[in-house]
Design a protein around this ligand. Structure first.
Ligand code: ADP
Length: 615
């Protein structure tokens, strides 16, 4: 039932190498060509850098010591050529790597979006939507950074370093060994830093997701925030979060930058040691300074790539944490895949049968118990009952937002667990209490009901839903953009748009969650009339709150505590003196609205029963 986190992959994803292998395995082959170009460019950068160090010996010895005017031109010309070549190669590798990087970000965004839509409704009720979005946007660049850091560091920095070390060895092998004495303490220190960085990075992303998520929620709920004067409380809460995020970001900087004093000090030791050794050898040994100059140039040039390489693990550590958080989402296995031999649903009338259905959101806390009822084809079945009775849950099981633990749900005799989800959902239109409008125009929003609907069909549906007139009065008619919950439209207008969306779908089964929130009388009448049009000739299962809807239904299912308490038509149920529905009906006659009457009826029922069992 619950979404299961995927087992850890074979390549232990906790290691940098494991994550790198996985990212390469999933993307590598599509970028082989571009990476080849980038690597050729990086090799050129490395070789030209090494060349500029190598040529120093000739500069010093030929131009200054031996004063050979004829070779100066050659030397200077070759240095200029090396720099120009290096500039072009740097451009080539930067553009190639950036394009691959952008493509990887785009590819993972698409993958994540597809994946999120494949996950079942359960995932989204466990996680806050604003935080999911914030996490994705913070982490998705991690995958790109993992690849690019590795490629640039390995190809450019490592190659440059190797080439420069080659120059150093060719000029003075013994001195090269001396320089390398600083490597071991550096490596040990870097290990320590990168370990601590791992947890700090994860905490930082999580805190930032909280901050971004809370901001988005506040913006969305701004009317509630103001109405309840929640500003002070929210401000205090937000400050704590933001301060924590700031502290974490500072900690990351301190950890990362700890590499700087470390590498600078060690480099200082190496360079001053080399200078002292060479200077004394030149002073007392009379050796020509050319080779030494070349050596020092190589050493100085090696410093930057060596520093970057030293920080590679530290930077990778951060990118890997980001990449891992992306994979944590991607690795959630959608639990509600179609059965292997699923067939398309064939709808004739759209008769819906619940056959002894048990359901729980979390194991051990049953919400529905032994629910059986039939919603006849082309008829209206009203679900009635106090809040929390399980009516919305029943509705949610029909499009398979969740799957029952026991029992079956049949549509025209076919078990919905055995048909493809697409065909099942194509047979169903759903009008919720909260009419949600998506980013786009009014026309787009109606067309979500059926992508291939023509403009004429959309307008016909809008007519039927009594939406046409107010749509035309909008600044751009059907092309008026709405979004962010359609902030410019009234509640009744939004409801009529969502009814038009359901009408355009033209599905045989209509699931309806009647709004409890009061609309003004005129809107109310329009919505009601639009709903009646939508209900005509369809199998309708409606969570009913209005007496008029309930009384007109072909069948009423009274639910209580996750069970079907009574069923029948209004007149029959109202006649049963002892029944919940009859009590509800009497309360309503006293002037309570239907929801309050239901609550009251359920409560008096409980006390009556308790009273009886006590006596
Ligand atoms: P009704 O529509 O009759 O008011 P619901 O079907 O919404 O009742 O809720 C039935 C019970 O299921 C309630 O106790 C509610 O708290 C619980 N419930 C509803 N949705 C979820 C969910 N996503 N996760 C866990 N429990 C839920």
């Amino acid at each position: 039932m619950e979404q299961k986190r995927a087992k850890k992959t074979r390549l232990d994803p906790d290691t940098v190498l494991g994550m790198l292998k996985r990212i390469l395995a999933e993307n590598g082959k599509d970028y082989v060509g571009t990476y080849a170009v980038a690597i050729v460019c990086l090799v050129i950068v490395a070789l030209t850098t090494a060349f500029t160090a190598w040529i120093m010996e000739a500069v010093v010895n030929e131009a200054f010591a031996n004063q050979r005017a004829d070779v100066v031109w050659l030397i200077c010309g070759s240095i200029l050529a090396a720099f120009i070549l290096r500039g072009l190669a740097s451009y080539g590798q930067a553009v190639a790597l950036a394009q691959v990087g952008n493509n990887i970000v785009a590819r993972y965004q698409k993958r994540l979006f597809d994946h999120l839509m494949a996950l079942s409704v359960g995932f989204f009720s466990d996680m806050r939507s604003a935080q999911i979005a914030a996490q994705i946007s913070q982490n998705v660049t991690g995958i790109r950074d993992v690849l690019n850091l590795t490629i640039t560091s390995l190809a450019r920095d490592l190659l440059t370093l190797v080439a420069l070390i080659g120059v150093m060895i060719s000029k003075d092998a013994l001195l090269t060994l001396v320089v390398f004495a600083v490597a071991p303490p550096l490596l040990i220190a870097l290990r320590y830093i990168s370990k601590r960085l791992r947890s700090a990075t994860r905490e930082s992303v999580e805190l930032n997701s909280h901050v971004l998520g809370a901001m988005q929620e506040t913006v969305q709920g701004v009317t509630i925030v103001k109405a309840f004067t929640m500003e002070e409380q929210l401000r205090a809460k937000m400050r704590v979060l933001i301060d924590a995020a700031e502290g974490r970001a500072n900690r990351i900087v301190r950890l990362t930058e700890r590499t700087s004093p470390l590498t600078e000090t060690l480099a200082g030791i190496a360079i001053s040691g080399v200078l002292a050794y060479a200077a004394f050898r030149s002073i007392y040994g009379g050796v020509l300074p050319g080779a030494f100059f070349a050596f020092v140039t190589a050493l100085l040039l090696a410093y930057e790539p060596a520093k970057r390489l030293a920080r590679l693990q530290v930077n990778l550590e951060r990118a890997i944490v980001n990449a891992r958080m992306i994979y944590e989402i991607l690795d959630i296995v959608p639990t509600q895949a179609d059965a292997p031999n699923a067939v398309p649903l064939k709808v004739e009338g759209g008769r819906v049968v619940f056959d002894a259905v048990d359901f729980a959101y979390t194991e051990g806390e049953p919400i529905l118990t032994d629910v059986s009822f039939t919603a006849e084809a082309g008829r209206t079945t009203a679900l009635v009952g106090p809040s929390g009775a399980g009516k919305s849950t029943v509705i949610g099981l029909i499009p398979r937002f969740h799957d029952p633990e026991r029992g079956r749900i049949l549509i025209d005799g076919q078990d919905i667990a055995a048909v493809t989800k697409n065909s099942l959902r194509a047979a169903i239109a759903y009008v919720s209490q909260q009419p949600y409008l998506f980013e786009g125009t009014i026309r787009d929003n109606i067309r979500y009901g059926r992508p291939d609907a023509t403009d004429a069909e959309i307008e016909a549906a809008a007519h039927q839903a009594h939406a046409h007139a107010f749509i035309l009065s909008q600044p751009q008619g059907y092309d008026t953009p709405v979004g962010e919950n359609g902030i410019t439209l009234s509640g009744g207008q939004r409801q009529r748009l969502s009814i038009a969306r359901a009408l355009v779908r033209n599905a045989p089964i209509l699931l309806l969650d009647e709004a409890t929130s009061a609309l003004d009388t005129e809107s109310e009448a329009l919505v009601q009339s639009a709903l009646e049009t939508a209900m005509e000739g369809r199998t309708v299962i409606v969570i009913a709150h209005r007496l008029s809807t309930i009384a007109r239904a072909d069948k009423i299912i009274v639910m209580q505590n996750g069970r079907v308490a009574e069923e029948g038509r209004h007149e029959e149920l109202a006649r049963r003196e002892e029944g919940l529905y009859a009590r509800f009906h009497r309360m309503q006659a006293l002037g309570l609205d239907s929801d309050a009457a239901l609550e009251a009826a359920a409560e008096t029922g409980d006390t009556e029963r308790k009273g009886k069992s006590a006596s």
